[in-house]
Design a protein around this ligand. Structure first.
Ligand SMILES: C[S@@+](CC[C@H](N)C(=O)[O-])C[C@H]1O[C@@H](n2cnc3c(N)ncnc32)[C@H](O)[C@@H]1O
Length: 354
């Protein structure tokens, strides 16, 4: 596999911040020719303000040519049994149908409830005396303060230190990867305050958008952002609380899973990607962004092994090479891995075999 390319990091060094001369760099794919074909015309421009602009030269709107006709929006399933809820229990999925809704599993008989903002489909939902804590990278985002700040500065900082092009540009890149599944349903896994879920819903390119997160407060933010927007298409989006390691969807029922800036926050990326692989239908697409802390040292096998061991012992899920991400997808049964890099930022895509 090819290595780091299109590295923008120098553009963000403090010494460059006062320089008003724009520097133009290319966002390039790490691997497959298929990707190279569709992204050859995409340029990233880093200005002195550390703002990156991705300019798709092909400005034609995306036309859903291969509308996915086999997919269904009746995809919710019990996170314990993975059995689909019966459609009669499904009041029609939308933001507004969550409040007062209930879903009973016909196998284990557990009932899951919706509240004003979301449907709680975690395995422990409804438990009164049981509580468990997740790792810091999950718990941090459950706090009201971090959830509130997320779209009010926190997320924007990723562009400054990590080369993230920003939601709109990332959305443009994501759409290209998702071309084979446009018209189908999409899970925005670990949606945070819903910045991509909202873009997916407003694009009209998907039959259903599921904004999914473990954080109740992030889902509350998502709900409030949706309610603030005029003419938001509320009928094709639902908000679901779930753990990425136990997805409440039927096996092979999902056309696309997107996970923005979340892989490194998950307690076990391999369990999560295996779950994503389980719920994707054959030909379904997984697109994710994260960052890679690599550098010249990561190419020395001896040091690579030390980094790997240190990660395992410390519990860190930060990726230190592109190879790791490719291996993760492959290990979880996904094929056709491709990626694009921009500094530390990486967008990856892989597909469930048909
Ligand atoms: C950095 S935010 C990413 C938000 C958004 N997707 C974006 O692109 O900015 C990471 C998100 O992962 C979520 N998360 C962490 N652990 C999770 C888990 N076990 N299951 C589901 N979501 C989780 C957090 O609640 C948080 O909203």
């Amino acid at each position: 596999m090819a290595t780091v390319i299109g590295n923008l990091t120098p553009a963000f060094l403090p010494s460059r911040l006062g320089n008003s001369r724009p520097c133009v760099v290319k966002l390039r794919s790490c691997t497959a020719p298929v990707f190279r074909r569709s992204f050859a015309a995409i340029t990233a421009r880093a200005a002195s303000t550390a703002f990156i602009e991705v300019e798709p030269r092909d400005t034609n709107p995306i036309v859903v040519q291969n509308e996915v006709t086999t997919s269904s929006n009746n995809i919710l399933a019990c996170p314990i049994c993975f059995d689909q809820f019966s459609s009669s229990a499904d009041p029609g999925l939308s933001v507004n149908s969550a409040s007062g809704s209930s879903f009973q599993c016909s196998t284990c008989k557990k009932t899951y409830f919706g509240n004003q903002t979301h449907i709680d489909l975690t395995t422990a939902s409804g438990s009164k005396n049981y509580g468990e804590s997740m790792p810091v990278s999950t718990e941090l985002f459950r706090t009201p303060l971090v959830s509130f700040l997320y779209e009010r500065g926190w997320r924007q900082s990723f562009s400054v230190w990590g080369g993230f092009p920003g939601p709109e540009k990332e959305f443009e890149l994501t759409k290209d990867f998702l071309k084979p599944v446009l018209g189908g349903n999409i899970i925005d896994a670990s949606c945070g305050s819903g910045l991509f879920s909202r873009l997916f819903a407003k694009s009209g390119l998907f039959s259903l958008v599921v904004a999914l997160d473990y954080s109740e407060n992030m889902l509350k933010q998502t709900y409030e952002f949706i309610k603030k927007e005029e003419n938001f298409p509320e009928e094709n989006i639902i908000l679901v609380r779930a753990d990425i390691s136990r997805l409440p969807f039927a096996t092979s029922s999902v056309d696309a899973v997107h996970a923005g800036a979340a892989l490194h926050c998950w307690p076990s990326p391999s369990t999560a990607v295996a779950e994503i692989s389980r719920v994707l239908r054959p030909g379904g697409v997984f697109v994710a962004t994260t960052y890679i802390l690599d550098g010249p040292l990561s190419y020395i096998p001896f040091l690579r092994n030390i980094t790997q061991r240190t990660k395992q012992i410390s519990g860190s899920q930060i990726f230190t090479s592109e190879r790791e991400l490719e291996d993760l997808c492959k290990a979880c049964g996904l094929v056709g891995y491709t990626c694009v890099r921009n500094g530390l930022f990486v967008m990856i895509s892989a597909t469930k075999p048909s």
